[in-house]
Design a protein. Structure first.
Length: 588
């Protein structure tokens, strides 16, 4: 049995020398042999040995040439070669070492020396191979460590969903951009982008569709900017763009327009075509901020201005935007305080029958008695109330207060009048809570559901028609009347009327304000004709002159309201109007 499994190839053209080497080494190793250089090279190519004992003086290819060729072969370059020669010539040794030999044995060979030299070089070979295995293992472990570090870095610096830089990496790149631009005395632009209707996508189509939308938005944003620019996702539907070097703010405007154009192109989510938009705020360094924090704050302010200005727009930061942002923050804090005080109050505007000239009901109108700015109307604070979610609390207060006031008038003998209360789109997002609120208020106040009109707008239906429709049917089942306010200002009035349980339409005041005797009333006439076909009650808002009233009488509407009859009145003023203590305009 061999002491190990190592193989030695003995190459010699003299059979006696081969037998001698075999006798010396056979007890310890597996022995192979070849009788010339060509045979040796072929044997090594097929089955590389662990060591080669190579005779120098052979016919054909000598040992020096065989050794040189072995060192050129990929599979044989690391095999230790010991040259065996009768030449006692230092020049021959130098030539052998130059060819790649590791040692020399002189003929006639000394068996103990042969075994010792072979053992030493095989041990060195084993040590070298062990070291190489260790180095490979260490290299693999290092590669795995580097890969793990890269993965951890990506997790720490890149958004897992979109692959964009996250808030941390964005902050770092923003600061680096500032340093670079300061050195070059240049300028760059920072954009804050917020998607419009992203929450609707999540609520209606599901969060997987929302994720799909974010990925596609990221792809489109990357396609708009240069490779040197940075697109990052801060979280949710908030993105930023760093335009690293701009010569003029018009470059930022051009990119902003391209972004809005990309966002307005429909997306296909779950097989459904969805249209969204975006709001972009732009700040320019160094004019709009000398450090990362100030610049980001101002870009964010500009983005909110774009959103509050109607969305699907961009705004450059300005000092006026800064003042508006501070006012917005102050107003929000004051509004939160107002919810717990008596600063909010209701006015009521009567509705008048075109047939009888009598009051048929009233609409509750919210007001804010601001401690610093005086009386504020809904247009001045309602967007903020909806943006902060305070409209839920305020809307509940409005409904409860209006029903309580109406019950006071009931006790005075005016129990046939209808009460109209406006609802916010935000209240419809959680239909169960809205229905529960209405049930609680009616039970608490005792107000009859059939006399309560809840006013909605067409914009509430956009993208959420099914959920809104289900909620409206539940309210109608309670006996409540549903009115569509601002009718004619939206995009899908007729389609909505066919689907939703609507009882009343209110023609928006914008269609009445310019009416004269010689005006074209075809549009109003068409609305009223359609309403008649659908058996809907028609209320016309904004009647302010006798001429407008005569036109509406001729057109055949049901009810009108406007300053010609009465401005909005407080609770006591409304009671005085009902009692005749305040004259009703138009009745004289």
């Amino acid at each position: 049995m061999k002491m190990n499994n190592e193989t030695i190839l003995v190459v010699d053209d003299n059979p006696d020398n081969i037998r001698l080497m075999g006798h010396i080494l056979d007890a310890h190793y597996h022995i192979q042999f070849a009788t010339n250089g060509e045979e040796a090279l072929a044997s090594v190519a097929d089955n590389p040995p662990d060591m080669i004992l190579l005779d120098v003086m052979m016919p054909g290819i000598d040992g020096f040439e065989v050794c040189r060729r072995l060192r050129q072969g990929e599979r044989s370059r690391d095999i230790p070669v010991i040259l065996v020669t009768a030449l006692n010539d230092p020049a021959a040794e130098i030539r052998g070492f130059s060819a790649g030999a590791v040692d020399f044995l002189s003929k006639p060979v000394n068996p103990p020396v042969v075994r010792a030299r072979v053992g030493v070089h095989l041990a060195l070979k084993r040590q070298r191979e062990a070291l190489e295995r260790t180095n490979r293992r260490l290299a693999e472990e290092n590669a795995r460590r580097m890969l793990l570090e890269e993965q951890l870095r990506e997790q720490a610096e890149y958004d897992a969903l979109t692959g964009l830089p996250n808030r941390k990496l964005f902050q770092d790149r923003l600061e680096q951009t500032i340093l670079m631009v300061e050195r070059n005395q240049g300028s760059f632009s920072l954009m804050f982008l917020d998607l419009d209707r992203f929450k609707w996508v999540n609520d209606t189509l599901g969060h997987d569709a929302g994720d799909q939308l974010l990925v596609e938005v990221s792809r489109r944003l990357r396609g708009v900017v240069r490779k040197s620019d940075t697109v990052a996702r801060l979280g949710g539907d908030e993105f930023t763009v760093i335009l690293s070097d701009i010569l003029h703010e018009s470059m930022a405007e051009l990119v902003a327009r391209k972004i809005l154009e990309q966002l307005s192109t429909p997306f296909v989510l779950k097989g459904q075509e969805v249209t969204i938009s975006g709001s972009v705020g732009i700040a320019i360094f160094p004019a709009d901020g000398g450090d990362a924090q100030e610049l980001a704050k101002n870009a964010d302010c500009a983005m909110y201005q774009a959103k509050e200005g109607g969305r699907n727009a961009f705004r450059f930061y300005s000092q006026e935007i800064n003042r508006q942002a501070h006012r917005r923050m102050r107003l929000e804090a004051q509004m939160r305080h107002a919810c717990g005080t008596d600063e909010f109050f209701l006015d009521y505007q009567p509705k008048i029958s075109l047939v009888t000239g009598c009051i048929t009901g009233m609409e509750a109108l919210l007001r804010w008695n601001h401690p610093e700015e005086g009386i504020l109307f809904p247009k001045q604070f309602m967007p903020l109330a909806e943006g902060t979610g305070l409209i839920i609390q305020i809307g509940a207060w409005v409904l409860r207060t209006a029903c309580r006031d109406a019950m006071v008038w009931d006790k005075e003998g005016y129990g046939s009048l209808k009460l109209a209360v406006n609802l916010s789109a935000l209240q419809f997002r959680e239909g169960d809570k809205l229905v529960e609120l209405v049930e609680d208020v009616l039970q608490e106040t005792g107000f009859p559901p059939e006399r309560l009109e809840l006013e909605i707008t067409e914009t509430m239906m956009m993208g959420n028609t099914e959920a809104v429709c289900a909620t409206l049917h539940r309210l109608v089942a309670m006996g409540i009347v549903i009115a569509m306010d601002d009718f004619g200002t939206g995009y899908s009035s007729l389609a909505l009327l066919k689907r939703l349980p609507i009882h009343v339409i209110k023609i928006d005041r914008s269609f009445v304000s310019d009416l004269r005797a010689d005006s074209n009333t075809a549009f109003i006439s068409a609305i009223i004709s359609m309403a008649r076909q659908l058996r809907l009650h028609v209320v016309v808002e904004g009647v302010e002159t006798i001429e407008q009233l005569r036109i509406m009488e001729k057109q055949g509407g049901d009810d009108v309201q406007g300053f010609f009859f009465s401005p909005p009145l407080g609770k006591e003023g409304m009671l005085a109007l009902l009692q005749g203590r305040i004259p009703l305009g138009g009745s004289n």
